[in-house]
Write a protein that binds this ligand. Structure first.
Ligand code: LIP
Length: 274
């Protein structure tokens, strides 16, 4: 949920990060739209033959890193493709294309996600859902925004009426357990949506387009920006048993629904692979 107490100086610093991150995320999105071929080629795979990287994933991250270094040469950067570089109180967390498989297939649900962490706390987040021309932003304590409109997540939705977004990993052992968990979730909720981009799913929570989200597997770069945006829109964002969001499980929904979804998921021991 939104942080009620942020000093004026911190808020001003965060606003500056949002402005820079938004400029960079927009430029990366424009480059991706301009350079995307009819069918991008798979450059490499990572955790499995279906966990793909395209040349434009790498080009997007290189552009983002270059712009960050030009503006703030002493900051640290964590990127999905380039890993961690530098160290210091300010760290940029970058997913150059979140929803790479959608990008590869030409499905309109992929994003450029940029978050800024200061002293270990995410204070700024930008998610550019490029095919939709939607740029979601949030500064800690400053609310979540889309096209000048302040975002509020849905509230008061009981589990059985909730539209829940989720996703699946790339390994068969993980997907088997995720299917087991999903089989227990589907009968208990309104319906499920699987969009293919955690960053975009979290922005959908913020915008009230889904009521909640959970997933095992997304990394810091997938959810850092979207998690702040959802929290600044009034949602709870975290993991199981009071943990912060983490690759073991990420959970996001308005208070009330968060607890109901947690009560459904926790006994299923979703933080495992077969
Ligand atoms: C994606 C995540 C999504 C998940 C996909 C994939 P990527 O990230 O954002 O939530 O379901 O399997 O991991 O790999 O496209 O950056």
């Amino acid at each position: 949920m939104s942080d009620p107490v942020v000093s004026e100086a911190a808020a001003s610093e965060a606003a500056g990060f949002v402005e820079l991150a938004e400029r960079i995320a927009r430029e990366a999105g424009e480059m991706l739209l301009a350079k995307r071929p009819a069918r991008p080629e798979v450059l490499a795979t990572k955790s499995s033959p279906t966990d793909v990287v395209t040349a434009l994933d790498k080009a997007s991250e290189e552009l983002i890193r270059t712009r960050i270094r030009q503006a703030r040469p002493d900051d640290a950067i964590l990127g999905e493709e380039g890993g961690s570089t530098g160290d210091g109180r300010v760290r940029w967390i970058v997913d150059p294309i979140d929803g790479t498989v959608n990008f590869l297939y030409g499905l309109p649900e992929w994003s450029v996600s940029i978050a800024v962490e200061v002293d270990g706390q995410v204070v700024a987040g930008v998610v550019n859902v490029v095919p939709r021309g939607e740029v979601f932003t949030a500064a800690r304590g400053g609310g979540a925004w889309l096209a000048g409109e302040r975002l509020r997540c849905n509230t008061g939705v009981p589990l059985e009426q909730a539209l829940i977004a989720t996703g699946f990993g790339y390994g068969p052992g993980r997907r088997a357990v995720q299917a087991e968990v999903l089989a227990q979730v589907v009968p208990r909720v309104r319906d499920i949506r699987r969009g293919g981009s955690a960053a975009s799913d979290l922005c959908s929570v913020a915008a009230g387009r889904v009521d909640g989200y959970y997933e095992r597997g997304p990394q810091d770069w997938d959810y850092a920006a979207g998690g702040l945006i959802a929290a600044e829109a009034g949602a709870r964002f975290g993991g199981l048993h009071g943990k912060p969001a983490n690759p073991g499980l990420t959970l996001c929904a308005a208070p009330g629904l968060f607890e109901e979804l947690h009560a459904l998921l926790a006994p299923l021991n979703p933080e495992r692979d077969s």
